[in-house]
Design a protein around this ligand. Structure first.
Ligand SMILES: [Zn+2]
Length: 426
């Protein structure tokens, strides 16, 4: 891969003379500013660029970086950049990587959950392969191919996103485009991006996608992104919630509805995870526990209350029986260690906590709190404490003890009847 990155900075401190960026394994060939070469060092992951003058707060500048090489996949097998004969695509987190955020596998960035920026993408592919990114394409160039067979692909996402939510998929893709009508009668395009031969199966498997959007809008507020997008890729280990360009296993869009809770889970990240992101990996339950809980909300919306409670009880049984075994200990949901960021306590016990928070507060309070939480922390990162304090404004129930029991401490609340007294009616 050959890459060029033009990164615009606004300085937040005085006396800035260096910029530290994350870029793993790839080789930098040039760093420059206004056409003037800049000195840099690059060890395994840290790209340190020395600026050509001192910059102070609110100054702006743009650094140009050229780099090349074979981007890596994570040692766990989950995350990074994947090449096959027919596809090139990334998964934005690495299950073993530290930090898990894994934009640095293919472009220079501040690779954490907190720093956000907007992105414009240009990719050159060989016809008939096309590249799909976050946001929307420049339709005037969509699929433009020159006489040497090189196709130009240009995309822009206007919402600020962290590096791990940047997603690209290249392949011989076709697109199914439909429209979702919001309650405000706005229209949001839905893009299902798959090889032409797979599109019919994909559409069948995603029959309930619009209903999934409705179910989450009811609980969490309006969908705030420029499109709903899924790129179907030949990866079977799970999906990745790149904002508006979810990487989703082609094999699980087989025409059946068997995996539609995964479809719903990734969509739910466009509230929990993409729109409001955990500040640290230790609070990953805010992303993954709440997205997993949203699968139950989707089931309730489509199939009714029994389906919802089946999901909740199955999940909670799994938590009680297995979470401490698969993760190695009874853990709190918040403050989780690096090895269990993507473990059972985060996903499954976190989902139980979501259900219990809803029933503890009641539907009206839970919906109001969730919706206002999304707007108060829009495109920002949060801690569990900030979530607790925000939700507390919407209920008279004591969320300090609730979060202490369910989020900040290991184990389970337990109820037992130790005696009974029967009195005869007179
Ligand atoms: Zn997830």
């Amino acid at each position: 891969m050959q890459g060029e990155a033009d990164i615009s900075f606004t300085v937040k401190v005085d006396n800035l003379t260096i910029v530290d960026l994350d870029l793993e394994s790839l080789t930098v060939t040039t760093a420059s500013l206004n056409g003037e070469d800049l000195a840099y060092t690059h060890d395994e992951t840290l790209l340190r660029i020395t600026l050509n003058q001192v910059y102070n707060e609110n100054d702006t500048f743009e650094i140009h970086i050229e780099y090349e090489g074979a981007p890596i996949t994570d040692s766990s097998g989950w995350g990074g950049f994947y090449w096959t004969n027919d596809y090139a695509y990334n998964l934005g987190v690495g299950f073993d990587a530290a930090p898990h955020s894994f934009g640095r596998a293919w472009f220079p960035c501040f690779d954490n959950f907190v720093e956000r920026c907007t992105y414009s993408f240009t990719a050159y592919t060989t016809f008939p392969k096309k590249a799909f990114f976050n946001g929307l394409p420049d339709f005037s160039y969509m699929g433009f191919t020159d006489d040497t067979g090189v196709t130009l692909n240009q995309w822009t996402i206007d919402n600020e996103i962290p590096s791990y939510l940047v997603g690209m998929a290249v392949g011989e893709y076709d697109v199914s485009v439909s429209q979702y009508q919001t309650s405000e009668n706005d229209s949001v395009p839905i893009w299902l991006i798959a090889p032409e031969n797979n599109l019919a199966q994909v559409e069948n498997s995603f029959t309930n996608l619009s209903a999934a959007i409705s179910s989450f809008e009811e609980f969490y507020g309006d969908y705030q992104w420029s499109k709903v997008g899924y790129s179907f890729v030949p990866f079977n280990g799970g999906a990745m919630e790149h904002a508006t360009n979810i990487a989703y296993p082609l094999s699980l869009a087989d025409g059946s509805l068997d995996y539609e809770t995964l479809m719903a889970h990734e969509l739910a990240h466009h509230w929990w995870g993409d729109y409001v992101t955990c500040s640290t990996a230790e609070d990953m339950w805010i992303n993954e526990g709440m997205a997993s809980y949203s699968e139950a909300l989707f089931m309730e919306h489509i199939y009714g209350a029994d389906a919802y409670y089946d999901w909740i009880t199955d999940n909670h049984r799994d938590v009680l029986l297995y979470a401490h075994i698969t993760d190695g200990a009874y853990l709190p949901v918040s403050g989780i260690g690096h090895e269990n960021t993507y473990g059972s306590h985060v996903y499954n016990k976190g989902a139980s906590a979501g259900h219990n928070l809803r029933t503890y507060m009641g539907d009206i309070a839970f919906k109001s709190a969730s919706e206002s939480f999304m707007s108060a922390y829009a495109l920002q990162s949060v801690s569990s404490e900030q979530m607790r304090n925000h939700f507390q404004n919407y209920t008279t129930s004591d969320l300090t003890s609730f979060f202490a029991d369910w989020i900040f401490n290991p184990g389970f609340t337990d109820f037992s009847i130790d005696s009974k007294l029967i009195t005869e009616a007179t």
